[in-house]
Write a protein that binds this ligand. Structure first.
Ligand SMILES: [Zn+2]
Length: 313
């Protein structure tokens, strides 16, 4: 794909509104090559949030998410065994989040992409649950609708979700993409019932993969699409600023940032294509090797992803 210069905008830390931050990493779009620009990740001195600064203006949205973007079409046809394994694992996780829900529960997937998670709940969850999704990208919404899912086009702040009506909302690898995390959380809180839960899964900057690759190749940067990257402290502070109660904050296993960090280094070093292809979302050998490693790290509290359970009290 040919690239164009993006319109960039300067931002402050979205957790504490400070702009006292130091550079931690520099890199480019190693995965989709949507822009020839180099991007800078900085870390807030006050809360530890890592954020892209400057970052693309929202007007560049369609450009930085090309039609081939994986979250828009993660299918069994294209991803084979990786899809099957991930689907089984994610279904198990989702059902564990839903185990205490009432029979008539209403569930919202924020940043639902092509409907991967909602479709798993439709398949393995209770028939009596009401499932809804929301996504900003119309291509993603079209994919989800093809699966027969009810998906709103927009963001929780803009679509007027009914107040006090959802039992559970989740954002799986979404918060790092959004422009105003606190506004989205406030809108979700408003839509949750009292006692309702919001579960957020996102990249963990207090991890070994971040420490190794933070200079630029770290997969979690996903340059220039991940705008805010959290450690436990920054994520808890963000949630508390919005008035959520943090019920549980832990880490979760994922091989993806390990695999992509190596992928990005190989791309930058102009390694041969066959070698780069060993480190993608389709490479079962590297995905399983790094899953094993991350299982060990997760046991030490340093898994590649953060998972927080927030409650509206
Ligand atoms: Zn901060």
């Amino acid at each position: 794909m040919k690239s164009k210069p993006l319109k960039l905008t300067h931002v402050k830390c979205c957790v504490c509104q400070s702009d006292d931050a130091t550079p931690v990493g520099v890199g480019e779009d190693y995965e989709y090559h949507t822009s020839a620009d180099t991007f800078l990740a900085v870390q807030c001195a006050a809360c530890g949030l890592v954020y892209l600064n400057p970052r693309p203006d929202i007007s560049g949205f369609e450009w930085i998410y090309p039609p081939t973007y994986h979250a828009f079409d993660f299918s069994e046809k294209d991803f084979g065994i990786v899809y099957k394994i991930r689907a089984r694992l994610e279904a198990k996780r989702l059902l564990s989040w839903c185990k205490d829900l009432p029979i008539d529960a209403r569930i919202l997937d924020v940043g639902c992409g092509d409907g991967f998670h909602l479709n798993l709940l439709k398949k393995y969850g209770k028939e009596t649950w009401t499932l809804e999704g929301v996504d900003l990208d119309k291509r993603a919404v079209e994919m989800a609708e093809k699966l027969g899912l009810k998906v709103h086009l927009g963001t929780p702040e803009t679509i007027n979700l009914p107040k006090d009506s959802f039992d559970l909302a989740f954002m799986v690898q979404t918060i790092e993409h959004v422009e105003q995390p606190s506004e989205i959380l406030a809108a979700i809180k408003n839509a949750l019932k009292r006692g309702g839960k919001l579960i957020i899964v996102t990249d963990n900057t207090d991890s070994l993969d971040f420490r190794f690759f933070k200079g630029g190749y770290w997969g979690g940067y996903h340059f220039p699409r991940h705008w805010n990257l959290f450690n436990q402290n920054a994520l808890a502070r963000l949630a508390e600023n919005v008035g959520f109660e943090v019920a549980d904050l832990t880490t979760q296993v994922s091989p993806v940032n390990w695999v992509y960090s190596i992928h990005n280094a190989l791309v930058d070093w102009h390694a041969p294509r066959f070698l780069i292809n060993r480190f993608t979302l389709k490479s079962t050998v590297s995905l399983s090797a790094f899953t094993s490693l991350d299982i060990l790290l997760q046991k030490l509290g340093k898994g590649a992803l953060l998972r927080v359970i927030l409650r509206k009290s």
